[in-house]
Ligand binder design. Structure first.
Ligand code: SF4
Length: 319
């Protein structure tokens, strides 16, 4: 788990959640916590002893629906422990696991049902004078999820954890997440977020960063401008762009790299970027900070050369 979290941290993850399915898992939490540098959230279902053990282990937040712990005494115990530890509790609803009473007359999840379900959890905590609450309303349906978040802020004023749940495999899931989260974030909704993809979680963090970068909400990492290519392109720009992006995934400094097929739009973009490529006939010119620095670099060496130039540029900037 620690090595996976380290990979996520490296990719830019800022908060991590781990499932705590049994007491054995809760015993591992202190050792995980001491070896990572981002907040650790314990994901608990049903068993209040796991919540208590996680709080004891020093986690930074609980993800837990008090409604799943049916005994009021046990709920009070967990809430009291969270209060003493000064940690928040994330409650919420997921469209795939809504209780029957919150489904519509056809048995489907709806924005209203998700809100009602989440508010029931919120009230349970508020009744115990606990207000360090984060709300999540993740649905698989993008318009429904957006509607739920938009509406709940009319009702309560707690931070929101946003996400499109079970969005799918990376291609489709990325698009769904970008549309859903992009709209919410552009409206100022969302305090933490999760991109939910079937695959390596590192990919989720990369997608999340790309969404945040597109909206100017995070600056870390390289922003690429790559032309779509056309009849004027005389280099294999796609292969060059893929290779450059692959080689530079570890870069966390904010930087703009423009990879352009020819001079038509290329000159302006390359001059405007920190590092730019303008393609020619089987070769290319590399721009550094707006200046044409390396001329007529043969096509087969372009990707390697751009990577070298980017690393040199970062070194010079003292990164
Ligand atoms: Fe075509 Fe040049 Fe525009 Fe790229 S920059 S799409 S090669 S005109």
């Amino acid at each position: 788990t620690v090595s996976q979290i380290e990979r996520l941290q490296q990719a830019g993850c800022e908060i991590v959640r781990v499932a705590v399915p049994d007491l054995e898992a809760s015993k591992a939490l202190p050792r995980i916590k001491e070896r990572i540098s981002i907040p650790l959230v314990a994901d608990i279902h049903f068993d209040h002893r796991l919540a208590l053990a996680s709080i004891d282990a020093g986690v930074d937040k609980l993800r837990l629906n008090p409604g799943n712990i049916t005994d009021p005494k046990k709920i009070t115990q967990v809430v009291q422990a969270a209060k003493e530890a000064g940690i928040p509790i994330r409650v919420g609803a997921n469209s795939g696991s809504l209780a029957k009473e919150f489904l519509d007359s056809d048995g489907h999840a709806s924005a209203e049902g998700m809100i009602e379900s989440a508010l029931r959890e919120v009230r349970l905590l508020e009744d115990l004078n606990f207000t360090e609450i984060v709300i999540s309303l993740k649905g698989t349906d993008v318009p429904m999820t957006i509607a739920a978040y938009r509406e709940i802020v009319q009702e309560v004023d707690y931070p929101l954890h946003i996400g499109i749940t079970e969005a799918g495999t990376p291609w489709g899931g990325t698009i769904k997440s970008a549309v859903g989260l992009g709209i919410l974030l552009a409206e100022g909704l969302g305090d933490t977020l999760r991109v939910s993809l079937t695959g390596d979680p590192v990919e989720e963090v990369r997608v999340a960063y790309e969404i945040l970068r597109s909206l100017g909400l995070r600056e870390r990492g390289i922003t690429y401008r790559v032309c779509p290519t056309c009849g004027r392109t005389e280099i294999d720009l796609l292969t060059i762009a893929q290779s450059v992006q692959q080689e530079l995934t570890d870069v966390m400094e904010a930087l703009t790299v423009a990879l352009m097929g020819c001079v038509v739009n290329g000159l302006g973009e390359a001059r405007d970027a920190d590092i730019g490529l303008v393609g020619g006939r089987g070769n290319g010119t590399i721009y550094v900070a707006g200046e044409a620095t390396y001329h007529a670099v043969p096509e087969e060496r372009l990707a390697k050369e751009i990577v070298r130039v980017v690393r040199g540029y970062l070194k010079e900037k003292g990164s």
